[in-house]
Design a protein around this ligand. Structure first.
Ligand code: HEC
Ligand code: HEC
Ligand code: HEC
Ligand code: HEC
Ligand code: HEC
Ligand code: HEC
Ligand code: HEC
Ligand code: HEC
Length: 445
């Protein structure tokens, strides 16, 4: 069912700044009266309070913030329906109709007057109609988007090249489950059962690329933008629901004085996320705050369809990789032991946000090395998990704490079943503590 979100009549009488709208409409090369009206009216919802040159929507990746970047749907890119790049009509169509017929894709009215269903399944979503490398509705191009390991880690060997692919991984690989995210946000922060799960983390009227479409060599720009918005700030008011990461107080260096950026791939001189020599996180979105908007100790029953259980809760203020104090032996660029700071990591130092060929959204590349984790089978996957831990905890340093008293008194087979390695995460997981062999509720992750 189509929701009449644009409410013609209400907004007809609430337009407060027509000159801005004229400036906005200046970009539109040709239009039918119906769409002009729609555009005019819907534009008023989002844009009337800001000058158009600085308008939040027009400054977004969809609104053409870099010349040649904005939305342009194939069926609305040539006469008689050639709408300017960035026009709202490339995503929204009133009553599934423009000039009396429905531009492709057809299928009748969709929620929020979108040209396609907002969300159908893990591999069928409104955003995938454009953000896909084949048969994209974006005119003239496949929309190439890369993994976080590729962009922040500089791991250009990663072949993943579109968002639909990033959400298509199935066990033992993993994707953030869109249905579960939709269920989780429904009823919170103004989201409903009609909301697009991508809109849990992205404001489609604000999001920018980081850097502007890094995945597309022909178009890549060094200008950085900020892609995400905080779910808990979600609002219909585009000025209230801003980007997260762009402003003061929204960087990893604001979350902690003890962030250490990991190395980029094939480098011991450049650092995530932008390949510069900055290491404090002053150039990184505060993803600890972003991810713990949902993954915290308040939401104790987040169902995971892929894991077939509720998620463990995460208390980043006490975990060792969070604010909890650890004295581990560490690999560069971290400083080992008590002389090092009490490091606080970003969730994205270990995890992809969308999906990964590895289990638990674990990145393919971490701190200058490749990580491969294809599952959690007791006898065979231990060395795979070690390939993650060893990116930051040197192997030589790992044997000592496990092999010295009192742990060495445990049967060797606890950790080396069948002569192999137990997956490290049977003991080391978010919130895990160890009791036994002289330890009582000792946090070990
Ligand atoms: C009509 C096609 C279209 C649809 C539908 C669409 N996008 Fe985009 N998106 C684009 C274009 C075009 C860009 C700019 C990149 C470019 O020009 O190559 C972009 C860029 C982005 C960016 C910034 C990253 C980058 O590559 O610059 C994000 C984030 C984003 N889109 C999220 C979404 C989300 C979330 C949805 C669904 C709610 C969505 N998009 C739906 C066309 C589309
Ligand atoms: C990239 C595609 C895209 C473009 C371009 C776009 N929108 Fe949207 N819009 C969406 C999506 C997706 C939703 C539904 C969000 C959700 O599921 O919560 C939406 C929702 C809305 C809503 C309802 C907000 C709410 O939360 O109830 C309004 C109003 C709106 N859009 C107006 C506009 C206007 C005005 C423009 C142009 C200035 C525009 N949109 C351009 C994708 C787009
Ligand atoms: C759980 C939160 C979350 C969800 C859900 C989510 N994303 Fe993202 N997305 C992110 C994060 C985090 C990034 C990485 C931002 C960065 O690099 O700083 C990102 C990056 C992106 C980018 C690329 C930005 C760039 O610069 O290349 C696009 C495009 C995008 N998301 C689209 C989508 C679409 C489409 C969906 C739904 C199918 C979606 N996202 C769902 C969190 C999310
Ligand atoms: C040092 C690497 C590392 C960092 C940093 C990290 N994680 Fe994890 N994460 C893991 C590993 C390993 C697992 C698999 C073991 C487990 O389930 O806890 C995991 C699993 C998860 C799970 C699934 C939990 C479950 O029920 O099995 C969630 C959710 C998660 N992480 C979220 C986060 C968030 C949010 C942050 C930041 C606040 C974060 N992670 C930071 C390594 C990390
Ligand atoms: C049977 C449970 C168990 C298993 C399995 C296990 N560990 Fe541990 N691990 C522990 C305990 C308990 C400690 C705390 C020992 C200490 O601090 O003296 C520890 C400590 C550590 C530390 C901190 C070292 C330091 O310098 O303080 C790291 C890193 C670590 N383990 C990595 C691993 C890796 C990698 C694997 C898999 C190859 C693994 N562990 C398997 C129980 C386990
Ligand atoms: C809008 C709420 C929300 C935000 C924000 C969010 N998540 Fe999740 N996450 C979920 C839900 C719901 C699930 C359960 C579905 C699933 O397992 O994919 C989940 C599952 C996970 C899992 C387990 C995936 C698996 O199946 O093994 C990991 C790991 C994870 N999230 C990491 C992150 C990281 C890292 C971030 C920040 C970049 C983040 N999440 C941000 C809602 C969220
Ligand atoms: C991206 C780097 C990184 C990765 C990957 C990583 N760790 Fe860590 N880990 C750290 C840092 C940095 C600390 C020190 C935190 C502090 O200073 O408080 C730490 C601390 C710890 C501690 C606390 C030790 C103590 O002194 O009490 C344990 C246990 C641990 N890590 C286990 C693991 C395991 C197991 C894995 C793999 C599943 C892993 N880590 C992966 C960076 C990492
Ligand atoms: C608490 C867990 C734990 C226990 C108990 C344990 N180990 Fe280990 N062992 C480890 C970890 C962790 C490593 C280093 C893993 C890595 O990073 O590759 C290791 C490494 C080794 C290695 C080096 C293997 C190689 O490929 O280089 C040998 C040999 C070994 N252990 C033998 C033993 C024996 C014999 C016992 C019993 C006396 C024992 N371990 C008990 C956790 C344990």
């Amino acid at each position: 069912m189509s929701k009449n979100v644009f409410n013609f009549h209400t907004h007809l009488y609430t337009l407060s700044n027509l000159s801005n709208l004229k400036k906005y409409l200046h970009n539109i090369t040709s239009f039918s009266p119906i769409i002009l009206l729609t555009t005019l009216l819907v534009t008023s919802v989002l844009l009337y309070s800001k000058p158009v040159s600085a308008g939040p929507y027009l400054d977004s990746a969809h609104g053409n913030y870099n010349p040649g970047y904005g939305v342009l749907r194939t069926s609305l890119s040539t006469p008689p329906n050639d709408y300017g790049r960035g026009n709202c009509a490339h995503c929204h169509e009133k009553h599934a109709s423009i000039g009396g017929s429905e531009p492709t894709p057809t299928g009748g009215p969709s929620g929020y007057e979108l040209f396609y269903s907002n969300y159908v399944s893990q591999t069928d979503d409104f955003c995938f109609e454009c953000h896909v490398d084949v048969n994209s509705y974006q005119s003239g191009e496949s929309l190439i988007n890369r993994s976080y390991s590729y962009r922040a880690g500089g791991y250009t060997a990663d072949t993943l090249n579109d968002i639909k692919e990033a959400f298509s991984f199935t066990a033992p690989a993993t994707s953030h489950n869109l249905g579960d995210i939709r269920t989780f946000i429904n009823g919170k922060w103004g989201y409903t059962s009609d909301s697009n799960p991508c809109a849990a983390c992205h404001n489609p009227h604000m999001a920018k690329g980081d850097p502007a479409n890094a995945g597309n060599a022909a178009k890549s720009s060094t200008t950085r933008g900020w892609p995400v918005s905080l779910p808990s700030q979600h609002s219909k008011d585009n000025n209230a629901w801003g980007l997260w990461g762009d402003g003061a107080g929204e960087k990893m260096s604001d979350c902690t004085a003890n962030y250490q950026a990991p190395y980029r791939y094939n480098s011991t001189t450049t650092y995530e996320p932008d390949g510069s020599t900055t290491t404090s996180g002053s150039n990184l979105t505060d993803y600890a705050t972003f991810c713990t908007d949902c993954h915290n100790t308040t939401y104790t029953t987040i169902n995971s369809t892929p894991l077939v259980r509720n998620l463990k809760t995460i208390n980043w203020s006490t975990e060792k990789h969070g604010n909890g104090v650890g004295n581990a032996a560490l690999a560069l660029p971290y400083t080992s032991g008590p002389s090092g700071p009490n490091y606080v990591l970003s969730c994205t130092d270990c995890h992809e946000p969308h999906g990964s060929p590895n289990s638990y959204l674990t990145r393919k590349e971490v701190n200058n090395g490749v990580v491969t984790i294809t599952g959690n089978t007791m006898t065979t996957k231990g060395t795979e998990w070690a390939s993650l831990c060893e990116r930051c905890h040197p192997r030589a340093g790992l044997e000592t704490p496990h092999h010295t008293a009192p742990l060495s008194s445990d049967y060797c087979s606890t950790c080396h079943p069948g002569g192999s390695y137990a997956p490290c995460i049977v003991c080391h997981y978010h919130g895990s503590t160890f009791t036994g062999s002289g330890y009582t509720n000792y946090p070990i992750f």
